[in-house]
Design a protein around this ligand. Sequence first.
Ligand SMILES: *Cc1c(COP(=O)(O)O)cnc(C)c1O
Length: 463
Amino acid sequence: MNHDDLAHWSKRAADWARAYHAGLRDRPVRAQTRPGNTAARLPVAAPETPEPMEAIFADFEAFVPGAMTHWQHPRFFAYFPANAAPASMLAEQLANAIAAQAMLWQTAPAATEIEEVMLGWMRRALGLAPHFTGTIHDSATTATLAAVLTMRERALGWAGNTAGLALQPRLRLYASAQAHSSVDKAARVAGIGQDNLVKVATDADFAMDPAALDTAIRADLAAGYRPAGLILCVGGTGIGASDRIGDSLAVARAHGLYTHVDAAWAGSAMICPEFRPLWAGIDGADSIVMNPHKWLGVQFDCSLQFLADPAPQVKTLGLRPDYLETLGQSDVTDFNEWTLPLGRRFRALKLWFTLRAYGLEGLRARIRNHVAWAEEAAAAIAALPGLEIVTAPRLSLFTFACTDDAATEALLRRINDDGRIYLTQTRHEGRFVIRVQVGQFDCTRDDVTTIPAVLADLAGHGG
Ligand SMILES: *Cc1c(COP(=O)(O)O)cnc(C)c1O
């Protein structure tokens, strides 16, 4: 296969993609396949000689789409969305065609500068203060790890990076019980230890209690620990809970802690001014992560980290060996020094295309619709016999359940075997609940009203 063949097959692929997306509503949302089915259809070893693309493409069509869960299905209401607006897919194709590695300004000047400008566009779109700059990571997990590593090194005077952690003071991190598991993972991977991640008590609204945070920090100081950082959440994954950002940041600041706010999902909604009270006080954070690849329509992966001052993170993560020096250029940004991997994809292009092709008004309209339709769906579900709303919509996420866990679990299985919609579960205050989030880029009000319709069909039908 050469580049002429690539042009031919790219057109075939584009036609295939058009038909795939047009036909999504006719497919079950969640993969209806069993573990091992796909692997069993593949040979155990790679071919020794070239195979014709016709055969490879035919196998793709035969093996892959039928054994995938369709994230771009308009009735995907599980987890959080991983949207891929058409304009973003187009940009990704072009980035793939250039196939650059954007580790240094010199290796990808346009990618670096578009990334800088996109962080500016998004800062303005989200209503963040002018002092924020930032960078693009693959995922919120990585951005949170970068922030936690910065907390560690800042608290240790950058001695952990060089001397190691063995003889250092014992550090402490603070987060609410609603924090995403990526925070636990960061505490583990950063060598701070999950036992040193203090889960601070929450109030009746499942927000971190700032007074409890202050008490926890004082107790740790008295016990000889060194508090290093606070991780807050806006729109937690379980039920969409948000910490009171301004109040908790004030406590952290009084104790000199570095702060990071995880708004991976809900951050996209902050392009709508009316939702910004959810993160009131955000401008006081040192670091903020939000994922345009969740709710904004930008194809996975694209996670933005805003930094009040990039210097501590660059001091933590940046290394400049001789072979990465850019001769005669000291005034450019080399984004590898802001992020964990050296190699970086050209992720800013799809953000640029998406923001331009839909405009902020187009993106706001989608998010506002999703929130309104989620509220309608929750009201319709509340009216169904045997079902109750457990947590009311926060933005476009709510949970519901039957009267007992076993019935809820059985209902969830029936829903996903049915295939018209896809929902997933969480545990809330010990109870097994079904999550509903509305956020797929192409979903319509009809798609969302399918949720109560399917539940009316399936609830109460037993096993
Ligand atoms: C989805 C999510 C994450 C993890 O995001 P990735 O980009 O997949 O790493 C972290 N925190 C919250 C609140 C999330 O919703």
